[in-house]
Design a protein around this ligand. Structure first.
Ligand SMILES: *[C@@H]1O[C@H](CO)[C@@H](O)[C@H](O)[C@H]1NC(C)=O
Length: 200
């Protein structure tokens, strides 16, 4: 549940729909700590019967959810049906609690892990100053402004409603901001109103 919420969040940030996501990444997951200089396998499942792409990259990313920066390509142009990619965490990798992995070629198809921790060079911070499962980051995106009861960023009543953690939410409040109004170009000036519907 929590994982899919983060996936949904990250997808929302990238303006894609969840239906487009080609892959669900099953390892690493939220709460995992990967040690530097240690071998792991990134694993995933296909969300469709057949892969949406002939080849995928597996990328390590890091940073705030609305601005994830690629750190390295873990596997390059591999068959998505492999469902696995070996990941030897580089010995020099910096410690961080805001690492994530993407699987896919086209960003619209990316499957995302939730944030996980790499223990490398440097100490893991003792305090997590952010929405609890968001790698030390607050929910600053207008698309997903609220740190919900489960410690993930999102929008709507499940995040901004009961249990929402205002301190980690956009502007310190559990409120979904009004979307900016876009000017309507060439709006017809005098459209006669013929009918009025009153709804009760
Ligand atoms: C990764 O997967 C390969 C192939 O299935 C397996 O031989 C290897 O032991 C796995 N490595 C780890 C660290 O799990």
């Amino acid at each position: 549940m929590a994982k899919s919420l983060l996936g949904l969040f990250l997808l929302a940030v990238l303006c894609t729909s969840r239906a487009n996501a080609g892959y669900t990444v099953t390892f690493p997951s939220s709460g995992d700590v990967l040690d530097a200089n240690t071998p792991y396998n990134v694993t995933w499942i296909l969300n469709q019967d057949t892969p949406t792409e002939p080849a995928v990259d597996v990328r390590l990313v890091k940073g705030p959810p609305e601005n994830l920066k690629e750190q390295m390509k873990i596997c390059k142009s591999i068959d998505p049906a492999a469902l696995s990619c070996p990941f030897l965490v580089p010995p020099t990798m910096a410690t961080g609690i805001d690492y994530a992995i993407t699987v896919g070629k086209d960003p619209a198809n990316y499957g995302y892990t939730p944030f996980f921790t790499i223990q490398g060079v440097g100490e893991i911070p003792l305090t997590n100053n952010g929405c609890p499962n968001m790698g030390g980051h607050n929910c600053n995106s207008l698309a997903t402004p609220c740190c919900g009861v489960n410690g993930f960023c999102g929008n709507g009543p499940n995040f901004c409603g009961e249990g929402c953690q205002a301190a980690y939410s956009n502007g310190g409040t559990c409120v979904q901001p009004e979307p900016a109004k876009e000017p309507v170009p060439n709006e017809p000036k005098a459209v006669p109103k013929r009918k009025r519907f009153v709804k009760f």
